[in-house]
Write a protein that binds this ligand. Sequence first.
Ligand code: ADP
Ligand code: ADP
Ligand code: ZN
Length: 220
Amino acid sequence: MSQFNLILLGPPGAGKGTQAGRIVADYGIPHISTGDILRGAVKNQTAMGIEAKKFMDAGDLVPDSVVIGIVKDRLQEPDTAKGFLMDGFPRTIPQAEALDKVLESLGRDVTKTIVILVDEEDLVGRLSGRRICRSCQAPFHVIFNPPEVEKQCDKCGGELYQRVDDTEATVRNRLEVYRDQTEPLIEYYDRAGVVARIDGAQAPEAVYDDIRAALGPIPE
Ligand code: ADP
Ligand code: ADP
Ligand code: ZN
């Protein structure tokens, strides 16, 4: 694999953000998280952020046109030349088709879609205990992955906070949205023969070992 045009797919709480940090560090590709980009826009109260906030707070998807625009712009940046890791995008069939089109126009395609699978009962517990760094967005968990110092990021010392959409009612809706709109993407990428299914119920290190095995050696 000379290019690493990677997609991380899986339900909310599967561990995409957790694994993304390791993958991008090892493979030297940028982490493109539409959730992080949208939360940044909400925080800065840009027009896009104000529009997106109502969908995000309810656990619904932001309209395709908005996220497709974000990703198209991001793929123009030179740091994506050797590849990228999409985290939380695509989430609908139209988004996947739009991504295929952009990549095709760049003479590229999806190298691998890593699907992290976790049972639904486990996801609620993961999401309700999740804490995120305000500065670098690294995810922690009050029980499963606690920071060394309470409420402080191990990586950058930033303050940890709980996302407003990580409440039980919103989580239930997000899981339903995942099942209806995002899960069909597994079949979409199966047709392209690029899916690697990973058991996400294991400890984070074991999950990462399986991802590494699926991706193959790190390029020189
Ligand atoms: P999680 O990591 O828990 O799966 P994300 O941070 O990826 O959640 O997304 C948070 C919210 O941002 C979503 O519930 C949705 O409202 C919005 N969002 C992020 N990515 C997309 C996308 N590709 N399409 C539509 N909405 C998105
Ligand atoms: P996603 O980006 O898919 O929504 P995260 O990476 O943010 O998921 O993980 C969701 C929560 O579950 C976080 O609190 C994280 O610390 C925790 N977590 C991630 N991977 C595991 C794992 N393998 N076992 C237990 N908890 C995990
Ligand atoms: Zn941090």
